[in-house]
Design a protein around this ligand. Structure first.
Ligand code: NAP
Length: 256
């Protein structure tokens, strides 16, 4: 039986984390790199290149062969070429963390087509695009770990977030389907459903709303990106090799 420490050593594994130039994705990438995974960062446009390079230089102190790749997860061709870059350079892709996501909050009756579509395109279709090109490579090696970042809002809904909650609920259905289709190839697929995590995404909320959230969190603090990274490490590790199609809620009790 392998020790817990050796299960969390990702030497020889290649991980791709989408949307990792900041926030939760950057911390997930860094934590994999600290445990020796070859880590591939992703950012959508040249605008985020400098931020991605800053994360990459820290990642490289732990995992020197790590790289960053520009790709917009909405675009099938862009995602396909990102996965090809990874496979050409490292021979495989073991772990995919679908983290890229946005919010465009608005009450449903006021929500524009653009607000609806942009969130569905990035959060849900982006997860689909990355998963389908990654799984083709994972099948060749008969190993894969897919970790999709959903949200507790995908399970409960939320006023003002019809687009976001639909996209995050969709990710849960997509994940369960991947688990059913590719379990026999030793590919697991699981979701993490974060609660309120301190990042740029949640910094935009009013002080009043932040306090209202905190009131409902039983572990009396907001979540940190590291809380999500720890869940991702676990789900990617051999410790979780028999867990698939599940949603791991990491919210300090907010959704209880
Ligand atoms: P964030 O700081 O805004 O990070 C999101 C990342 O996704 C950014 O790096 C962003 O790049 C990238 N991204 C956006 N569009 C993209 C595209 N088309 N292609 C590739 N990358 C793209 O937000 P976060 O709080 O870390 O959120 C990370 C994930 O956790 C999201 O899926 C979010 O829905 C989920 N989540 C967050 C919370 C929370 O409380 N923070 C709770 C539940 C779930 P830019 O630099 O261009 O923005």
């Amino acid at each position: 039986m392998e020790s817990i420490e050796s299960c969390l050593d990702f030497s020889g594994k290649v991980v791709l984390v989408t949307g990792s130039s900041q926030g939760i994705g950057a911390v997930i990438a860094l934590e994999f790199a600290k445990r020796k995974a070859v880590t591939v960062l992703n950012f959508p446009t040249e605008k985020e290149q400098a931020a991605a390079e800053a994360v990459l230089s820290e990642v490289k102190t732990f995992s020197p062969s790590s790289i960053s790749v520009q790709a917009d997860v909405r675009s099938a061709s862009s995602v396909e070429s990102m996965i090809q870059t990874v496979v050409k350079q490292f021979g495989k892709l073991d772990i995919l963390v679908n983290n890229a996501g946005i919010t465009r909050d608005q009450l449903l009756i006021r929500m524009s087509d653009a607000e609806w579509q942009s969130v569905i395109d990035i959060n849900l279709s982006g997860t689909f695009q990355c998963a389908r090109f990654a799984i083709k490579e994972m099948m060749k090696k008969r190993f894969g770990r897919i970790i999709n970042i959903s949200s507790i809002i995908g399970m409960s809904g939320n006023a003002g977030q019809a687009n976001y909650s639909a996209s995050k609920a969709g990710i849960i259905g997509l994940t369960k389907t991947i688990a059913r289709e590719y379990g026999s190839r030793n590919i697991t697929a699981n979701c993490i459903a974060p609660g309120y995590i301190q990042t740029n995404m949640t910094d935009q909320l009013s002080q009043e709303l932040k306090e209202a959230f905190l009131e409902k969190v039983y572990i009396k603090r907001f979540g940190l990106p590291l809380d999500i990274a720890h869940a991702a490490l676990f789900l990617a590790s051999d410790l979780a090799g028999y867990i698939t199609g599940q949603v791991m809620v990491v919210d300090g009790g907010l959704s209880l």
